[in-house]
Design a protein around this ligand. Structure first.
Ligand code: ACM
Ligand code: ZN
Length: 538
């Protein structure tokens, strides 16, 4: 008797796994039960919303998506009927996680329910992946599409799920940024970190300082050609609104006190030496940074931030803080004087003074700061959020200290690294950094050494796309996809729901989706030879 029950359970488990395998959702939902049967989309299907205007707006999004691809024309209504229907329900029942949703597919009805518009939107993204990849096409001839019957209960593991884009080293226009945001929405990312300033180009219009976009936004390449560009404040508003419609918060990064040579090219009086400077055409870490002893520097940054703050409604402004050389400060009379008057023991403390002063200013405008893990070095306030990129060490220290943390260790999250595996003898920098898909998938944002209490300070993680060696949008997509799918699952899905073999199968199923969406993903990313080699080298 006992044996037969055991065999029956084994059969159910096997059946369940097998049937789940036919459903290729990325990121993997928290709970999924696949049932027998399918829902068929026909021109008689109605799209219904219940609960509020938010439910209506999500229902309209599905209608728009289906209208452009299915060959049918759908409208939305709040009137129930007994036909085949897809229902979006904004429930009054509160859920512990505001991004959570339920999705129930039956043969005659699909119900997406959530207690927030963001939850409904997440449910819509899952439903989108349950339709055939044709849903990502424009104007397909009418045909019957089916969705497998199933039940999903889903919620994210982490509240912060980010993708970054460096538009300073190479400029990518507004249209591409919107496409980047579209893909982020599809894979349930919710924060776009926009790296808007760096040594090689300033990318955002600041009315008080017109030279930033006249001069600092452009550089002369070796061949004599000028390259660069910038976003007007209207462009920024448009992108921020576009992202908000997709429940993505845009976090601008304004680099300080280092990575500022593009600014110094226009305003050399903000440096320690006085310049002159030109916008660099090479990469690296430069000695020239903002002078931390000159009150004009703080006045300049405050004026810039005064224009930045109203453009970005999210709570965070990223102030950089990474890779700031201290060589000029050591020899600058103004910086040394500032250290004396503020009683700062060394240049690391001067960097802390700089960041803390700007944090106070931003707090007065209702914003919180994020900084790269270098901001820990001279001491940091409890209110700063740390982005841990030099491994997880900084993040661990910060979480133990009671600071919130976003994990983005270069070992697992730097998508400027190549997708192959290390050769026996790696070539010289920059061609010696590798991050294959399978290694990305092993990313664990919460280090084991944290106690459950400390682990609460890990908000989530992010992948970064530094563009020194990525000159085109085609290449950005090549570097980001499919690796972003792995990060998406690391940040959304519970660890016990992750499985690389199944993930790899799902990635293959998403290739057609991405092709139809016009994404130049790296088809070679999961070549078995690559993975075998990486396994060996592990
Ligand atoms: C960084 O990669 N410099 C944050
Ligand atoms: Zn100085």
């Amino acid at each position: 008797m006992k044996k037969s029950i055991f065999l029956f359970i084994l059969f159910l488990t096997f059946f369940d796994l097998n049937s789940q395998n036919a459903v290729h959702l990325i990121p993997q939902p928290e709970k999924i039960i696949v049932n027998k049967g399918v829902f068929s989309l026909t021109n008689k299907t109605t799209i219904i919303y219940k609960g509020s205007v938010e439910a209506k707006s999500i229902a309209q999004r599905l209608a728009a998506l289906l209208n452009q691809s299915s060959g049918f024309q759908f409208d939305t209504t709040n009137k129930s009927n007994s036909n085949s229907s897809i229902l979006f329900v904004l429930e009054t029942k509160m859920r512990t996680n505001s991004e959570a949703y339920s999705l129930y597919v039956k043969s005659k009805q699909i119900i997406v329910s959530a207690s927030s518009a963001h939850g409904l939107f997440n449910g819509l993204q899952t439903l989108r992946q349950l339709f055939p990849p044709l849903i990502e096409s424009q104007s397909v001839a009418q045909s019957t599409w089916t969705v497998p019957c199933l039940q999903i209960e889903d919620a994210p593991r982490y509240s912060y799920r980010g993708l970054h884009l460096d538009v300073s080293r190479h400029f990518f226009d507004k249209k591409f940024v919107m496409k980047y945001i579209d893909m982020m929405a599809m894979y349930k990312f919710n924060n776009f970190h926009w790296h808007l300033t760096d040594d090689q180009g300033w990318r955002i219009q600041i009315n008080k300082y017109p030279l930033l976009t006249k001069k600092s936004a452009f550089r002369k390449e070796c061949g004599g050609d000028t390259t660069g560009g910038f976003y007007t404040q209207d462009d920024i508003k448009e992108v921020v609104a576009y992202a908000a419609e997709r429940f993505i918060t845009v976090i601008p990064e304004i680099e300080m006190p280092g990575h500022a040579v593009a600014v110094l090219a226009s305003y050399p009086e903000l440096s320690c030496s006085g310049g002159p400077f030109s916008v660099p055409t090479t990469w690296g870490i430069f000695h020239d940074v903002f002078c931390a002893g000159n009150d004009k520097t703080y006045e300049f940054i405050e004026n810039v931030l005064t224009e930045i703050v109203p453009l970005f409604p999210g709570k965070f402004i990223h102030v950089g803080g990474d890779e700031c050389m201290k060589t000029r400060w050591e020899r600058c009379m103004k910086c040394q004087e500032k250290m004396k008057t503020e009683n700062l023991a060394n240049e690391h403390k001067l960097q802390s003074y700089f960041i803390n002063r700007m944090e106070k200013f931003l707090q007065s405008k209702g914003k919180q700061i994020i900084g790269w893990d270098e901001i820990l070095e001279g001491g940091v306030t409890k209110t700063a959020t740390i982005m841990s990129w030099r491994g997880t060490k900084g993040g661990i220290e910060a979480a133990k200290n009671g600071n919130y943390v976003i994990m983005t260790p270069s070992t697992h999250c730097y998508f400027d690294y190549y997708q192959g595996v290390e050769a026996e003898e790696p070539p010289a920098f920059p061609h010696n950094r590798f991050l294959p898909l399978q290694k990305v998938y092993t990313f664990e944002p919460t280090p084991a050494e944290l106690t459950p209490e400390q682990a609460k300070y890990i908000l989530g993680g992010q992948a970064n796309v530094w563009s020194e060696f990525i000159p085109t949008t085609m290449q950005v997509e090549y570097m980001v996809y499919p690796r972003a799918l792995a990060i998406s699952e690391c940040l959304w899905s519970q660890p016990n729901n992750k499985n690389y073999a199944f993930f790899e199968q799902k990635v293959h199923a998403h290739y057609e989706r991405m092709t139809r969406y016009g994404i130049n993903f790296a088809k070679s990313a999961d070549k078995p030879s690559t993975i075998d080699k990486w396994n060996k080298s592990k």
